[in-house]
Design a binder for this molecule. Sequence first.
Ligand code: SF4
Length: 324
Amino acid sequence: MSENLDGPENHDPNLPLYIGTRTFLTRRDLVLSFYTTKCQFQCTYCALPTRSATFEVTAEQINRQIDHVFTEKADQLGRYRQLSFGNEGSALDPRRFHRESVDHLLHRARDMENLEILSIETRPEYVKRDYLEHIAKTTHAPRLDVTVGFETQDDFIRQTVLKKKISRRVMEDRVALLGALGVKLTSYVLVKPAPRMSDEHGVREAVATMEYLKEICDRYGTELTIYLTPTYIAEGSSLQQTTEPGDWTPPTIQSVFEVVLAGHGMGLPVYTGLWSEELADESTDFRGREGYDPELRMAMVRFNRDQDVAHLLPFVNRPLALAG
Ligand code: SF4
């Protein structure tokens, strides 16, 4: 899926980091990651800022990245019903993703005549009423989605282990704002987010996080989608450098499957990230676990596309003898 992916020093600031496509919950989705000044947060599990610039990337350069995408995809724009964009950080952070570049993207995206959802990846603190109202007025997309990484309802894991610096108070405040503005929320949820966690505990924790997010979204009338991320040790992340071998084992594919079923049972759309953004190898994600079942992974990939539970049913209650 990746079309442009270089180290930060070699990357041309006139080209985006990533142009990909996927079918996201029935919609063909054009997924873009732009090359901007790197995210200033240092969440311990995340190596995404290592792809970004250590210098100022100007609005003109970001606009050229946008023009590159729309030139390259010119004959396919009518295919997409969703446009998802980010910058390996927060696309609503105006110091990194300049507002005029967001406007430029929204204007270029007018050529996507079948666009239904514009999805923006950001940290919650950049979700501001005036900016979202401006985006809603400028885009022709009928629905907006904001995608954030709340990751886990466990405050100790989120704030101390992962160093997310996202409080429940901020999250709930932004969920209320999204509900008031009629903007959808997609939240990343990590499966097995802490070292020395058993697979069973990882499932319980992810289910508790989905329940918490559903409860606050229901309270404020905010439409919620869950994006599950099976935790992996990203190369270049602080976790990779600070944990001892064996401290951190990725979840089994079977335990991720249990979380998908639980989310579906709660009535939530659930999409699962079944790859590692090229920042892990087989030994550091679920593919390296004993009992890894590639057919189960494929069933979950199909479920990502259309949310048809029929893909999952043949795997329900299969013996998990090796899932340990
Ligand atoms: S998780 Fe998000 S906020 Fe944290 S370091 Fe990575 S890109 Fe930045």
